[in-house]
Design a protein around this ligand. Structure first.
Ligand code: IMP
Ligand code: MG
Length: 173
């Protein structure tokens, strides 16, 4: 473990409340639809697990994995696809589940790749959105928490693959 300093930013209770609110909005908007949940690994694994357990419509689940190069806390904008979706997408109602949208460049890449496969609809749900260095043009439809800047870890989010298991979200100094 590194000696980085962590300070509590969003508690388990806050996260749980936001996840429930998002699930309610999604349930309301997708009444009568079958949702194809596309979880973006690895950061969103806990969020996906908590969110899908509160969805009331029929759901199928698949995963994609993207990686953006850059420094440890800042994206370069070059996004590589490490694992593609496996379920058929054409004609389906897709819901992308992301952990965090920062520059938005990952989201742009993801959106463009999935739109090529002709889904019936494509929406994006992110637990966290950072507003200070947005470059991409794709906007999330469902946002849990909006924050301005800072690098955060916990609840799936990592720094050098550490801290994903923490139940709360912390600001990394
Ligand atoms: P974007 O392409 O700049 O929007 O970056 C998106 C990806 O960068 C996220 O899916 C995360 O994997 C990672 N990321 C961005 N900000 C943070 C952070 O504060 N903590 C941990 N990972 C982050
Ligand atoms: Mg991610």
């Amino acid at each position: 473990m590194s000696n980085a300093k962590l300070s509590l930013l969003y508690s388990q209770e806050r996260i749980t409340a936001e996840v429930s609110r998002l699930a309610q909005e999604i349930n309301r908007d997708y009444t009568g639809c079958e949702i194809l949940v596309v979880g973006i690994l690895k950061g969103s694994f806990l969020f996906i697990a908590d969110l899908v357990r509160q969805l009331t419509e029929p759901v199928t689940i698949d995963f994609m994995r993207l990686a953006s190069y850059g420094t440890e806390t800042q994206s370069s904008g070059i996004v590589e696809l490490r694992k593609d979706i496996e379920l058929p997408v054409q004609g389906k109602d897709l819901l992308i589940i992301e952990d965090i949208v920062d520059s938005g460049l990952t989201l742009d890449t993801l959106y463009a790749k999935l739109m090529l496969k002709n889904p019936r609809s494509l929406k994006i749900c992110t637990l966290i959105e950072k507003t200070c260095h947005r470059e991409g043009s794709t906007k999330p439809d469902y946002v849990g928490i909006s924050m301005e800047s800072g690098f955060i870890v916990g609840y799936g989010l990592d720094f050098n693959e550490q801290y994903r298991q923490l139940p709360d979200i912390y600001l990394l100094d």
